[in-house]
Design a protein around this ligand. Structure first.
Ligand SMILES: [Fe+2]
Ligand SMILES: [Fe+2]
Length: 333
């Protein structure tokens, strides 16, 4: 079903209104200096959550409790740093995208609201990194370097750019929802940060999906075909950058290379985590006609295709249903 101009504009105005009515500010809504929120690196609540593939590895389980907590804190700080870096690139791309929009554009207003929220997220994530006492680098050096080119796509190839945005937002959201849903005894500071982030990201993800549902069917067939080939590698790279730690973590804690490989690169758990994290994008591609025999091969070759993806597994449907909600369950004020 093609989205009409009116439906699209109405949805964007609704999202903009929701951004005004429900939003959080990190230095107003997080009690950083409350003693309950203080960070002690030996606190067992920092141990890796079950959602992290290293958490179940025998090497990790054999470490003293304090080391397990310190690794978990480093990992959380690194995820926050990657989040800040990703949102920095995202905002630069959104500015480039907005630069070209005409007067009266509903997209202009919404992306400005989104950039403001991402600015708050960047502040919140960096503050957490600084208070963690770790020197988490975020993305590995090659991605930090290569990432500088990403914002250009906001201006020259916005459809691929918005796929890249979703390819970053959905895995972060997927991971954070999983941790919150598992209901593990987490540290209140990171739980609060994740709850705020998940609530605001629901709107961003809704916008990204609406943008693509509206614009992709209106693209010329050759551009659409090229886009269908650009999405799977983008999804794989983004999910990998977000869900795997940088080499610096292994160096800091003396984690053997074989352990890192087993946990993050070769395990069924890590492969499933990545394939599952891009499941929403796979379904969206199916819905808007970006799965063809060639692109499907590419998804398969990259190991991120799952059968039934188009028909959507029950789990995916449940997850996507939640994604379409524009304001997720709200953290208390
Ligand atoms: Fe964000
Ligand atoms: Fe976002």
């Amino acid at each position: 079903m093609t989205v009409t101009d009116l439906d699209y504009e109405k949805a964007l105005r609704r999202l903009s209104k929701a951004s005004v009515e429900k939003h959080w500010e990190p230095f107003r809504d997080i009690p950083w200096d409350d003693p309950e929120y203080a960070i002690d690196p030996a606190d067992p609540r920092w141990e890796l959550p079950r959602a992290d593939p290293l958490s179940a590895h025998p090497w990790y389980l054999a470490q003293p409790a304090e080391t397990r907590a310190a690794i978990g804190l480093y990992r959380q700080a690194n995820v926050a740093k990657v989040g800040m870096q990703f949102e920095n690139l995202l905002n630069r791309g959104l500015l480039a995208f907005a630069w070209r929009l005409p007067n009266g554009s509903a997209e202009f207003r919404y992306v400005y609201h989104e950039m403001i929220e991402e600015g708050h997220h960047g502040l919140m994530f960096q503050e957490f990194v600084d208070r963690s006492g770790t020197d988490a680098p975020g993305m590995s050096r090659v991605f930090r370097w290569a990432g500088e080119i990403v914002p250009v796509f906001g201006a020259v190839a916005p459809a691929l750019y918005f796929f890249g945005v979703l390819a970053g937002e959905e895995p972060i959201d997927h991971m954070q929802r999983r941790v919150l849903r598992d209901g593990e005894e987490g540290h209140p500071l990171i739980t609060r940060i994740m709850a705020i982030h998940v609530a605001e990201e629901a709107r961003h993800i809704s916008f990204g999906r609406r943008y693509l549902r509206y614009h992709v069917p209106r693209m010329a067939a050759p551009s659409r075909f090229l886009l269908s080939l650009g999405v799977p590698p983008t999804a794989k790279v983004m999910a990998t950058v977000i869900l795997t730690p940088p080499p610096a973590m292994a160096r800091s804690f003396g984690i053997p290379k074989s352990v890192v490989r087993q946990a993050y690169w070769r395990s069924d758990a890590s492969r499933d985590t990545i394939a599952d994290a891009v499941g929403g994008l796979r379904d969206l591609c199916q819905e808007i006609g970006l799965i063809n025999p060639v692109s499907k091969r590419l998804w398969q070759a990259l190991g991120i295709w799952r059968d039934g993806a188009g028909a959507s597994s029950r789990q995916n449907r449940a997850r996507n249903g939640r994604r379409e909600v524009e304001t997720a369950p709200l953290p208390e004020g």
